[in-house]
Design a protein around this ligand. Structure first.
Ligand code: MN
Length: 289
């Protein structure tokens, strides 16, 4: 049976700035899209295409901590550089994904890559926060650079388009990301008239974001930048592209555990949050210039 659609949301009215380099629409969390509906995902920020123009400094976010979850950055246009307190650094180019497990605690910075920053140009990114189950919250920080060439690639029939499998399993093709709970993350590129069929477990919370173009999903039309929340009823998803379209499909098994969150720390109890603060303030997450 086709997965039922709970609601189609349009793009939030106003973007907010994260540092001076990310102009993002925050799709969740909010009063309606609470943990109950979106777990294991905690947050979705979408920097819809925006041209920052040339800059002589590297726009972005300066050193900040994370603890207790993972940050996943998906680059569609433009390039982002980062480095962190464990010594990892890298550049995410269009089509690439950075999967950072903050786990027990990390400091990092995220900013426009130098050459891109100098030239300016269209910039389009998604940042997703993925929760960790209680048993893995203190896992060692790690970093998975998932470049476009490493992703599972599925060519859709009839020149319909391509699915880049970042995490999970799309029609028997595996994504390279290692995850702590079952998560699917698919970067879907459809040509006009292209069709896609897949099946997502009924137990997963499931979401689709239209990055660009216009699609029909299980019989309902979804315009550019709209956000579809599926009900946890039915498994089949059918997408057809009314224009050339780019779509992000995310789904995951909910983590049914209490959440205590303050900004970039996401733990299970207020006591654990206090510990996170103390660790951050005492320099336990390391040093980063
Ligand atoms: Mn960050």
């Amino acid at each position: 049976m086709e997965k039922l659609i709970e609601k189609i949301y349009s793009r939030p009215a106003r973007p907010g700035m994260v540092g001076d380099g990310f102009r993002v629409f925050n799709y969740f969390p909010n009063a309606e899209l609470t943990q109950h509906r979106v777990s294991p995902f905690l947050l979705l920020d979408f920097n819809a295409e925006y041209d920052f123009g040339p800059s002589d400094h590297l726009r972005g976010v300066d050193v900040h901590p994370h603890k207790g979850f993972e940050t996943v950055t998906i680059a569609y246009k433009g390039s982002v550089a980062h480095h962190d307190s464990t010594g990892n650094s890298g550049v995410i180019n269009p089509g690439d994904v950075q999967w950072m497990t903050a786990g027990a605690g990390i400091l990092h910075k995220e900013y426009h890559e130098e050459n891109f920053s100098k030239k300016g140009g269209p910039f389009e990114m998604v940042q997703l926060w993925v929760n960790l189950p209680a048993k893995d919250k203190l896992t060692s920080p790690k970093y998975q650079p998932i470049t476009a060439d490493k992703m599972g690639k599925v060519i859709l029939p009839g020149n319909g388009g391509t699915v880049n499998v970042i995490a999970g399993n799309f029609n028997e093709s595996e994504g390279p990301a290692s995850t702590f709970t079952p998560v699917n993350l698919f970067d879907i590129r459809l040509n006009k008239g292209g069709k896609l069929h897949t099946s997502i477990p009924i137990t997963h919370n499931s979401i689709l974001l239209v990055i660009g173009g216009k699609v029909t999903v299980n019989g309902q039309q979804a315009d550019e930048h709209s956000f579809i929340l599926f009900k946890n009823e039915g498994e089949e998803i059918n997408i057809s592209a009314d224009e050339n379209s780019v779509v992000l499909l995310l789904s995951g098994e909910p983590i049914n555990e209490p959440i205590a969150q303050y900004g970039p720390f996401v733990m299970n109890t207020p006591q654990e949050l206090q510990v996170a603060f103390q660790e951050f303030q005492s320099g336990k997450f390391g040093v980063l210039e």
